[in-house]
Design a protein. Sequence first.
Length: 340
Amino acid sequence: MAAGPRLREFQLIEHVRRLFGHTGPSVILGIGDDAAIITPPPGRHLLLTTDLLVEDVHFSHSTTTYEDIGYKAAVANLSDIAAMGGAPHALAVSIAVPRSMNVADVTRLYRGLMAACRPYGVSLIGGDTSASRQGLFLSVTLTGYVAPGRALRRDGARAGDLVYVTGTLGDSLAGLRLLDTRMRKGLARRDIQYLIARHHRPTPRIQAGQFLVARKLATAAIDLSDGLSGDLAQLCEQSAVGVEIDAAALPLSRAGRAYAVATKTDPIQLALRGGEDYELLFTVPASKRAALDRFRRHAGCRLTPIGVIRPKRFGLTLRTSRGDVLPLRNTSYQHFSSNG
Ligand code: ADP
Ligand code: MG
């Protein structure tokens, strides 16, 4: 590592441990041994998720600070635990560090990671460290807990269930586009700031996921990391169902709508395509709609019904505001293809 004190791997780990290795009562042994030791809460199932971020594939340091890169990496994992309806618990972080990064940069990365985790009391319990010859690699692993049999899986949706999303859609994609200052014409400063913040610091819907589990309201859930059209297709595939989405119901933020107007983007396409919103998509039996409405304030965010699950033979469809029912195309981001 250049520019700044050249630290050895051991010293870097010690530095990270001192600054960020706070542990909770359920962590018996954190950073520093061959493995961490955890006491799981009695009678809970363990959730485990991991995410790999690669420089210039998932993020670009030219437009994103190390703090924001860390923050978003943590959110990607927190959102996976949210989508299972779990409570996040412990974090392991593996990094391959290019020569262009110094210790202060690594510290910023961890500061962002831990800032996203702080509201949930997540402990940093380990990781691995390497040099990299080509850009930053960041792999984050997060554990969580959920009551047995209650996790929100992708395969539980049934025909007749209502489809909901949390929050608003398309903000992150709009924010990403607005990192290019040439795209900002005709937009108010606070809308630009809002959308970029939604891109760099999305909110994991932990509270909403736990609310759905606690009240037994949802049959299935997935978090929106690639975009509604793609992630919904995943859920439908795994549940062996079709779906009809109501275009007019798709929730956009005020800033997202302003972006669509200013850039002549179709707001429906923005909502269907936009990735990295980290909202939850979930399905609710029609019989539980009243209960969801009654308790929705416990979700901690907006919940919007956007369609209904159909039998598989219906396929994936979009009802337009004029009442036409069209095939719902997958326009979401896909790795190993050219549409990203
Ligand atoms: P090992 O030889 O078993 O991989 P390391 O020297 O890599 O051991 O790690 C020593 C301790 O430091 C372990 O507890 C490990 O989990 C932790 N650790 C290593 N790298 C990181 C990192 N980048 N972030 C957090 N913890 C780390
Ligand atoms: Mg190691």
